[in-house]
Design a binder for this molecule. Sequence first.
Ligand code: URA
Ligand code: SF4
Length: 209
Amino acid sequence: MDDLKQVATEVRACKICALASGRKNGVPGEGPANAEIMLIGEGPGFHEDQQGRPFVGPSGQFLTELLASAGFKRSEVFIANVVKCRPPGNRDPLPDEIAACRGYLDRQIALINPKVIITLGRFSMARWFPNERISSIHGRAKRIEGRTVVAMFHPAAALHQPALREAIEEDFRRLKDIMAQAQKQAEPPPQKTVKTDGDDSGAEQLSLF
Ligand code: URA
Ligand code: SF4
């Protein structure tokens, strides 16, 4: 049976694309299997490659603060990336590398089945919002394939650009509301209690629970 450990094991040994040759560590991602929120970044940077863990450098520190401002602990969300190995010199991942790595991310999404996916930066955004601009859609929740997806700026970009920083901070402050809304949309609409006409079967009694 597939599980997150299996995915991680495969990622750490993976040689499917050229990024394998320059990495120190594959970075599968981390977090609980039942996380309600999944954050998807671009790819490991220097620190992530060194440690084999996602978002552990300066942008990771910032991400942890953003989550805290929204009332979430880093340990309760799942953090992953579009590509699991560091592109040399932190260059952008190439289309064929993203395609090669996609199966791992697909499996993680299927296994975790998060209520909310937050894309961080343009490479993860492109998967759900291929024709949109981050400047016009950031922070807006959209229902896609039965879950809520929200595009946000990449923390590494936002960290040093005051306008983007304000935007991402504001977007994260709205996360509790977005979660509450996603929760409501995930639940089936409440059923009315139907009174039967006094026969004793009780089979027509529908309740909320
Ligand atoms: N930037 C990313 O996109 N991912 C990481 O894991 C770290 C920095
Ligand atoms: Fe494999 Fe993805 Fe790493 Fe490429 S980036 S070697 S596909 S794990």
